[in-house]
Design a protein around this ligand. Structure first.
Ligand code: 13P
Length: 255
């Protein structure tokens, strides 16, 4: 049984006080976990405060990035152990904004996935095609290559099975989401690729869709067999909308 996961990626938004106000309101609405995991990935600067605010609650904490070294002279970087120390259980790796704007390579993504797993964090591995790649009919090839590269040589410990997020680059922040059918088709492919690469049964993998997800379209994405939740940007910044989105995702467990 795969539990749905709704993950908020706040990107570079909210000061830590705003994060705490959000958490307070979310905790009032969301007292029991129900059958949907809810995860908040704030900027690094809010992690510690948010970690304390949600401790003991059903809300989970994640980071938006991690460095692969354990410690040392790496100015500006943050290790897996530091994230766990703040209460993180998850970390987003290889988001297209990092691949695109920070020139993060498949090899760096792979090193980060390994560091996360070694450091007791569950990686949320992001894959997705650009609009040019989509128009050229390369979607499946691009996402399969990204996933294979991310998992290359990874030993996946029990209990830390990665999550994969399919986020078409053209759908992010554009208000133009992929169709539920397209998301379903890519999610099914990623499941097969995961099985092949990680040597773990593909039906245990949770696949999220991301890209202009809102409370009004999340149910469509989760209707099929293969999409287990969402990685949400814009619609996770306003607590009322995020609560409506969680509500719409409840009750959609996959066997
Ligand atoms: P939007 O939901 O704002 O399109 O962002 C998606 C995303 O990039 C989540 O990681």
């Amino acid at each position: 049984m795969r539990k749905p996961l709704i993950a908020a990626n706040w990107k570079m938004n909210k000061l830590h006080r705003d994060a705490l106000v959000f958490a307070e309101k979310l905790l009032l609405t969301f007292k029991n976990q129900g059958d949907c995991e809810v995860l908040i990935c704030p900027p690094y600067t809010s992690l510690a405060a948010l970690g304390r605010a949600i401790e003991g609650s059903p809300i989970l904490l994640g980071a938006q990035n991690v460095y692969w070294e354990e410690q040392g002279a790496f100015t500006g970087e943050i290790s897996a152990a530091m994230l766990v120390d703040c209460g993180c259980r998850y970390v987003i790796i290889g988001h297209s904004e990092r691949r695109g704007q920070m020139a993060e390579s498949d090899q760096e993504v792979n090193r980060k996935v390994k560091a996360a797993l070694a450091g007791s964090l569950i990686p949320i591995i992001c894959v997705g095609e650009t609009s040019e790649q989509r128009e050229a009919g390369l979607t499946q090839e691009v996402v399969a290559t990204q996933l294979q590269a991310a998992l290359e040589g990874c030993a996946v410990p029990a209990g830390f099975w990665p999550v994969v997020a399919y986020e078409p680059v053209w759908a992010i922040g554009s208000g133009r989401s992929a169709s539920a059918e397209d998301a379903e088709e890519v999610a099914a492919l990623l499941r097969r690729e995961f099985e092949e690469a990680a040597k773990i049964p593909g039906d245990t993998l949770r696949v999220l869709y991301g890209g202009s997800v809102k409370s009004t379209n999340i149910a469509d994405f989760m209707q099929g067999e293969n999409v287990d939740g969402a990685l949400v940007g814009g619609a996770s910044l306003e607590v009322e909308e995020f609560c409506r989105l969680i509500e719409a995702a409840q009750g959609r467990k996959k066997t």
